[in-house]
Design a protein around this ligand. Structure first.
Ligand SMILES: [Zn+2]
Length: 496
């Protein structure tokens, strides 16, 4: 066990050598608070509770796209789990899109230059189906929406293939718009279908799904992701003026909206229960794999934080509220429903975090808050030093499910985790429990538990961030699926 009491920055206020700080000066945790840190971090590291919970969610419930029966099973699982933990929990209604996958296959048709090849594809959430016999058309490759627009009429009747150069996790925000919005632009230009290169940092012929959204007034066209290998093949065939003809069959469907729920749980504050520290993660996943990293890991981290904090007596000053959002992946309906239902309370949300970047080890803490926030928070990170996460990180905290709270100027924080391998499996059949390292998950869980407690129990609260310069772009695109659009000074796009 790691001793946290040895960590620096535990001022004994009031002694001669350490006079009580002025109200404006940052005050770190007291000895009693550092003892709480021990009681949160120790069990998080040794109990294995978060990983057991993740096993229940991934193996027991599995893939849980919003609107599916499995997503409702995940809601019931979360309620049962909070109850077992002694944490008060309830559901709040959300109407969600209901999209289902069907048959999906594609092939590069033979030409006089090469034999045919099958292409591994997955429909993008929100895509419409092809006719039963499929669509056959020539392929045109583009690497940006601007390039697509510049093609004008040459797109008509074609399958638009969006290629890109994603290499590492940090590239996700740059290229996610090709998937999220590219098919809509292609449809408007007269394309008959689209193939989007998977947003991936590794591939063993694994297509990566994700959501796409068609603008109002645009007739949707079938849209699928294609593997990195398939994209490279198409690129080689099309290079130097070559042509490629592809046949694609998709059986996916958009059904009427379904009834679903956010799951909300809380540990009431002992002194200022009206002030809320929100811990978020999303309960839904894509319909493939079992959503272990995305976002089962985040779900069990925030649940475990609540379980451990609920055991502390007295409770922290402020209320710790966990929100398991529904429908982050293909609609953000849960995020919007929460912000609307709790609009009157948002001015009293003193800090909010969303854990949605996988179950990697913790690296540090990032903030999005007003002036003086870094100085205020830094002394409280000492208990994270032994976890390798005791530093404030550059870039702003945020998250797709928090985006509707930006306009209410809610301060955000996040425990950044190592996401360097997250996009190897993100939105694929391979996002399964075996990809999650129990030790890394335990460490990040410990970091979340202490950070949440610290924000709920520190003497003062974070200054609220200034009015958002780019709020509309933060709200528009759905999902870690499609993260908030990067913009200078805006909330850093989360890595999902
Ligand atoms: Zn996610």
């Amino acid at each position: 066990m790691i001793s946290l009491l040895a960590a620096p920055a535990a001022p004994k206020a009031g002694t001669a050598s350490n006079p009580p700080p002025a109200a404006t000066k940052a005050v770190g945790p007291t000895t009693a608070q550092l003892q709480v840190a021990e009681r949160l971090v120790g069990p998080a590291l040794t109990d294995g509770h978060a990983y057991s919970r993740l096993t229940e969610l991934t193996d027991g419930v599995g893939a849980r796209l919003a609107g599916s029966e499995a997503s409702e099973a995940s809601v019931q699982w979360a309620l049962r789990s909070f109850k077992a933990d002694g944490v008060k929990a309830w559901t709040e209604p959300v109407k969600v899109p209901h999209w289902i996958r069907g048959e999906e296959r594609a092939e590069l048709l033979p030409s006089d230059r090469f034999r045919g090849h099958s292409l591994q594809v997955m429909a993008l959430g929100g895509s419409v189906e092809t006719p039963p016999e499929g669509i056959t058309a020539d392929v045109v490759e583009v690497s940006s929406i601007e390039e697509l627009t510049a093609l004008g009429d040459r797109v008509k009747g074609r399958i638009v293939f969006f290629n890109h150069t994603m290499k590492e996790a940090e590239d996700y925000g740059r290229f996610a718009g090709l998937r999220g919005h590219g098919p809509s632009v292609a449809a408007k230009a007269g394309a008959v279908a689209t193939l989007v290169r998977s947003l991936a940092t590794a591939s063993l012929s694994t297509p990566h799904t994700g959501s796409t959204r068609f603008d109002d007034g645009v007739a949707p066209i079938p849209a699928a992701s294609v593997t990195v290998e398939g994209a490279e093949l198409l690129h080689r065939v099309l290079a130097n003026g070559g042509s490629a003809r592809v046949h694609v069959v998709l059986g996916c469907k958009n059904l009427p909206d379904a009834d679903s729920f956010n799951v909300v749980a809380e540990v009431k504050g002992s002194a200022k229960p009206e002030e809320i520290v929100l811990l978020g993660a999303h309960l839904d996943s894509w319909d493939v794999g079992s959503g272990a990293h995305d976002d089962g890991a985040g779900v069990v981290m925030v649940m475990e934080a609540a379980r451990l904090i609920a055991r502390q007596k007295p409770a922290p000053r402020r209320t710790v509220r966990v929100v398991l959002f529904m429908n982050e992946e293909n609609g953000l309906r849960g995020a919007r429903a929460y912000a609307e239902a709790h609009a009157a309370e948002l001015p009293r949300h003193v800090a909010a975090m969303e854990m949605d970047a996988g179950g990697g080890r913790p690296l540090g803490v990032a903030l999005r808050a007003g002036e003086g926030a870094s100085e205020l928070v830094q002394p409280w990170l000492s208990p994270l030093a032994a976890l390798g996460a005791g530093k404030l990180m550059s870039g702003e905290a945020g998250g797709a499910d928090l985006s509707p709270m930006v306009s209410a100027q809610v301060p955000f924080f996040v425990v950044r985790v190592d996401s360097s391998r997250y996009f190897d499996v993100h939105h694929t059949h391979a996002d399964t429990l075996d990809k999650v390292d129990p030790e890394a998950l335990a460490k990040s869980t410990a970091a979340v538990a202490w950070t949440a407690y610290a924000f709920a129990d520190m003497p003062t609260t974070l200054a609220r961030p200034t009015a958002p310069p780019t709020a509309p772009s933060l709200v528009a695109p759905p999902s870690q699926g499609t993260p908030p659009a990067p913009a200078p000074g805006a909330v850093k796009p989360a890595t999902h």
